[in-house]
Write a protein that binds this ligand. Structure first.
Ligand code: GDP
Ligand code: MG
Length: 597
């Protein structure tokens, strides 16, 4: 295809502003997918994405569009994830295209993720076409939102396109704008092959599928290629474009986006951002490489039933094949037995993986408290990363501890601002900035990531009735007075419940945790002390009194079905219990105890 007839673009938006619906409409209105094959949210392929309405993996589709100028253009849409955890995936797919549609819900206006995503598009040098969506709704205020885009983002919105992705209104204007307002890609067909590895995933039938954007040269089926960073060489077995179904093609030239397969064993063998060239006639310089995504949140995953360890390992290995940003290593916990310490890009990523393990692999899991990576500066000068509070070395060996801080941007209607400030303040936040855009406040906080990973989103949503939006970037590591707090149940430390906490907040956290555990642990035949401690110093304590009667005692001689039901319920409950010395702790206690209300 001639370069002048190609347009490559992505759609950036805050979650729920209509990115997927618009993508569907573009695909449908150009007849790329026959109406009978059209299902809502074509590009969101995983079940969990559909259910939650989020897009996790970047995906792509090639659309043929006959424009008003009489020419047929090839439009390549790369769908990018809309969530903060996947900012890295967004940034890399952005580098494969030249322009972006900026979708803003005309009833809501600019939100935190609108800003984060559009800034990434601007960083990638994109031409940007603003699109005002949902104008079918009576609450839509396109003029106000236009002004807001100009004020807050600082781009020209005079020619923003009003649309309804739902009804299809304005879609022809969007297609024309893609052709007339976004630039064609550049590239030299006669130069040595230079292509960017944009993404890769595992397909049960095809093996590893690699998505590429050709910069220069031509790639053909049967070619012997080389990945410049890893040095690996492969034969191109198959070359295809995504429509969104795979359609084989013989060759791809500059500006084109497509996929290839070729005897690659696992996704881990491909490095996103790598440069692909011909083995025999390579290009001289590689594309600027990308940093690999670093896991920032760690937690332990343990099977409730110890017999599930092998199935859990198999499932984790399978998921990891398809997700290079998910890391894992075996972990042994005195309390929970054998399991895995897993690293994630963020909390949503954690939730997605845990959900898939439970649903797709039918595993019952105990998830320990999410923890960030602390940096331990040892007295002997060594710097260690701490992924698990249970591994905290003797304090006398540690000189000081650093923790990751984030720059958080929160946008919220004025009336909830007070509650948001209080929440951030309570989480050791430092206010950096506070500005207004209409009736919405935009507040920027410097916060410890550790205080955000657990239930910050949930709290933010609940104090603002869902009206706040949130985005963050990791800013730096900084020293603070951090200590390890242990929890002892019946005088035995429960390693899975130990956390790293700021010294000034330890008493408070400790008290909350032991009080909660007192409610969460069922009574036993004996008294159970529950304590929080820093080193050997107890900072909070509760005692769970002994149970007086057998649970089923009152049923004896009574209604037989009721008794049976109760026993069944107990049996089901048992499955979710773990034994700690003489004490049984329900698995929900691990998460519940760590919530900060
Ligand atoms: P995404 O998170 O940006 O991908 O947003 P979706 O495309 O999933 O849309 C979020 C919600 O808004 C869905 O319930 C859509 O049906 C709805 N929606 C999207 N576009 C429109 C529109 O133009 N008008 C109306 N009324 N609803 C829309
Ligand atoms: Mg979506």
């Amino acid at each position: 295809t001639e370069l002048s007839l190609i347009r490559n673009f992505s759609i950036v938006a805050h979650i729920d502003h209509g990115k997927s619906t618009l993508a569907d409409r573009l695909i449908q209105s150009t007849g790329t997918v026959a109406d009978r094959d059209m299902k809502a949210q074509m590009l969101d392929s995983m079940d969990i994405e559909r259910e939650r309405g989020i897009t996790i993996k970047a995906n792509t589709v090639r659309i043929a569009y006959p424009a008003k100028d009489g020419q047929t253009y090839i439009l390549n849409l790369i769908d990018t994830p809309g969530h903060v955890d996947f900012a890295y995936e967004v940034s890399r797919s952005m580098r494969a295209v030249e322009g972006s549609l900026l979708v803003v819900d005309a009833t809501q206006g600019v939100e935190a993720q609108t800003l984060a995503n559009v800034y990434q598009a601007i960083d990638a040098g994109h031409e940007i076409v603003p699109v005002l969506n949902k104008i079918d709704l009576p609450a839509a205020e396109p003029d106000r939102v236009k002004a807001q885009i100009e004020d807050v983002i600082g781009i020209d919105a005079a020619d923003a396109i009003p649309i309804s992705a739902k009804t299809g209104l304005g879609i022809p204007d969007v297609l024309e704008a893609i052709v007339t307002r976004l630039p064609a890609p550049k590239g030299d067909r006669d130069a040595p092959l230079k292509a960017m590895l944009v993404d890769s995933w595992y397909d049960a039938y095809l093996g590893v599928v690699v998505m590429i954007r050709v910069m220069d040269g031509v790639i053909r089926k049967g070619d012997q290629i080389k990945m410049m960073q890893t040095g690996a060489t492969h034969r191109i077995d198959n070359l295809a474009v995504l429509t969104p179904a795979m359609r084989d093609i013989a060759e791809m030239g500059p500006g084109e986006i497509g996929v290839f397969t070729g005897s690659i064993k696992q996704v881990r063998d491909t490095r996103v951002g790598d440069t692909i060239t011909h083995e025999r006639k390579p290009c001289t310089t590689a594309l600027p490489g990308f940093k690999p995504a670093q896991p920032v949140v760690f937690c332990g995953l343990f099977p409730v039933d110890a017999n599930d360890f092998d199935p859990l390992r198999d499932a984790i290995e399978k998921l990891a094949l398809n997700d290079a940003s998910f890391s894992y290593e075996m972990e042994t916990s005195a309390a929970l037995g054998f399991g895995f310490r897993c690293g994630f890009l963020g909390l949503l990523h954690l939730e997605v993986i845990r959900d898939r393990l439970e649903r797709e692999y039918d595993l019952d899991l105990i998830t320990t408290a999410p923890s960030v990576v602390f940096r331990l500066h040892m007295r002997d000068g060594e710097v260690r990363e701490l992924h698990n509070p249970a591994d905290m070395p003797d304090l006398t060996l540690v000189d000081h501890i650093e923790e990751p801080r984030i720059k958080a941007t929160i946008m919220v209607p004025d009336e909830y601002l007070g509650d948001v400030l209080k929440l951030c303040q309570d989480r050791r936040g430092i206010q950096m900035d506070l500005t207004y855009a209409g009736a919405r406040a935009m507040v920027v906080y410097d916060l410890p990531l550790a205080e955000v990973v657990f239930d910050f989103y949930d709290r933010l949503k609940s104090v603002t009735k869902g009206y706040a939006s949130f985005d963050y970037q990791i800013s730096e590591y900084r020293e603070d007075f951090l200590v390890k707090m242990s929890i002892l149940v019946n005088d035995e430390p429960v390693d899975a419940l130990s956390i790293m906490v700021h010294r000034d907040r330890a008493e408070n956290r400790g008290r909350v945790m032991v009080e909660k555990l007192k409610d969460l642990i069922p009574r036993h035949m004996f008294k159970i002390p529950i304590q929080a401690a820093i080193g050997s110093r107890v900072i909070a304590r509760e005692t769970l009194s002994a149970m007086r009667k057998d649970v089923t005692a009152k049923c004896y001689g009574g209604d037989a079905t009721r008794k049976k039901k109760l026993l069944e319920k107990q049996k089901a409950g048992k499955k979710k219990m773990r034994q700690f010395g003489k004490v049984e702790i329900p698995q929900t206690a691990f998460i519940q105890a760590l919530k900060m209300d």
